[in-house]
Unconditional design. Structure first.
Length: 117
């Protein structure tokens, strides 16, 4: 699914579709964040540099494998992004900001289309 999202992002950017570009970038960033590995303070077992506090030394010392997300995990992230936009749009509508609510609903529709694809 991330591959399809990236392709859709390229298409949205070429067509200058602001709502689609924003929604797809946000979804891809959420997926990237979910793949990141949490860092626990003081858990580093590599030698550190005396010149820069907290710097790792040695070839590949700061590299770590990212988490692998299943297709269901990715779908859940995109669904959450869409539902967050819908709930935020409802709040904007309640506050009389229909313009912003419309933008968020358009972004949610882009994400929903990607989920149906």
């Amino acid at each position: 699914m991330p591959t399809e999202l990236r392709r859709a992002l390229t298409t949205a950017m070429k067509s200058r579709d602001r709502a689609a570009t924003t929604a797809l970038r946000s979804a891809l960033a959420a997926i990237d964040n979910a793949e990141s590995v949490p860092v626990e303070p003081g858990s580093s077992s590599v030698a550190s540099s005396e010149h820069v506090a907290g710097a790792a030394t040695g070839l590949g010392a700061a590299e770590v494998q990212r988490r692998h997300l299943t297709e269901e995990d990715v779908r859940a992230i995109v669904e959450k992004e869409s539902s967050d936009r819908v709930s935020a749009a409802a709040e904007y509508e309640r506050l009389g900001r229909g313009d912003l609510a419309g933008n968020l609903r358009a972004e949610a529709e882009v994400l929903d289309r990607q989920l149906r694809a």
